[in-house]
Design a protein around this ligand. Structure first.
Ligand SMILES: Cc1cc2nc3c(=O)[nH]c(=O)nc-3n(C[C@H](O)[C@H](O)[C@H](O)COP(=O)(O)O)c2cc1C
Length: 306
């Protein structure tokens, strides 16, 4: 059986499949549930300075075959309440990565420092939510902003800093380069794609917020393209995310250059049991191709590409 263990920016993962931020990560119990089901690590929902209720409903539209459209509005209990959930997940043995969002570099640095105190293995910066005013893409679409925020966070914590990049920019790989210049230990790509659905009877957008973010199978080719381009332009590891549902999807991302992966929407549809299946399918795929270690497949598609 192929070895699925990977080292990601100094953090040893038992397998490459991380629970993506914002899905199934509300509580210590749900984070532990993903870990117990076989995730290689779990990323918390993105936490901000103060509690946020999120946007009014409807916040999600489900497309059975190809994914979700969401505008949750970053609901979260705030940094003062959430750490106890992280502590519960850590007591269950989970490798936990803390995700934070802020409006400027000071807020990101402070939140990262606070979440580090809970013993997380790394901090991921949500620089990429497409529908939260004052946060996300509003602070993560320009390379100078990404570099400045990442640099401020790197100065305020000891754990590895992961920058989560938006695909809603002219040059996502340029944002990854900026994160690397700022001292990021890894980049995650991608967050959701800005998207819209219209209710023609009501003559208004389906989601209460209007614009939302698209995730799931539909965005896999976009995520793959971003990972492919980023891998060619940075030296730090890339975490692939977007539409991973099967071991084959996972191996595509790995061969495009991802060293680890995140899984979100597939869990909404299949529950955390998806992690066990993904591990098995990826291992089988590697065995079929005669690849003994997952790490040997990272970026493999670039070698044959002119
Ligand atoms: C309902 C929902 C909530 C999300 N919340 C967050 C979040 O809080 N922070 C974040 O960085 N990404 C968030 N995301 C983005 C996911 O982590 C992931 O990048 C995206 O959904 C693509 O992966 P997938 O196709 O496997 O879902 C959210 C996605 C969904 C569908």
């Amino acid at each position: 059986m192929a070895d699925l263990g990977v080292r990601l920016a100094g953090v040893a993962l038992r397998n490459p499949f991380l629970l993506a931020s914002g899905i199934w990560g509300e509580s210590g119990a749900s984070l532990s549930g993903a870990w117990n089901a076989g995730a290689g690590g779990v990323i918390t929902k993105s936490i901000g300075s103060t509690p946020r209720p999120g946007y009014p409903n409807p916040t999600i539209e489900v497309y059975e075959t190809w994914g979700l459209l969401n505008a949750m509005g970053l609901p979260n209990p705030g940094i003062d309440e959430y750490p106890r959930e992280i502590e519960a997940a850590r007591r269950a043995g989970a490798t936990v990565i803390g995700s934070v969002f802020g409006g400027d570099e000071e807020e990101f640095a402070r939140l990262a420092h606070q979440i580090e105190a809970t013993g997380v293995a790394a901090v991921e910066l949500n620089l990429s939510c497409p529908h939260a005013e004052g946060f996300g893409t509003e602070v993560g679409s320009e390379p100078e902003d990404v570099e400045r925020i990442v640099r401020a966070v790197v100065r305020s914590v000891r754990v590895p800093v992961i920058a989560k990049i938006t695909p809603n920019a002219a040059d996502p790989a340029g944002l990854a380069e900026a994160a690397e210049r700022g001292g990021a230990a890894a980049v995650s790509a991608i967050n959701t794609l800005r998207a819209l659905a219209i209710d023609v009877t009501l003559r208004r957008p389906v989601l209460a917020h209007g614009l939302g973010g698209l995730s799931g199978a539909a965005i896999k080719p976009v995520g793959l393209a971003c990972v492919w381009q980023i891998y060619r332009r940075v030296k730090i590891p890339v975490i692939g995310v977007g539409g991973i549902r099967t071991g084959l999807d996972a191996l595509e991302y790995i061969m495009a250059g991802a060293r680890a992966l995140q899984v979100g929407t597939a869990i909404t549809f299949g529950g955390v049991a998806v992690f066990g299946r993904l591990n098995q399918e990826l291992s089988d795929r590697l065995d079929q191709l005669g690849i003994a270690r997952l790490e040997d497949a990272v970026g493999a598609a670039h070698a044959a590409h002119l």
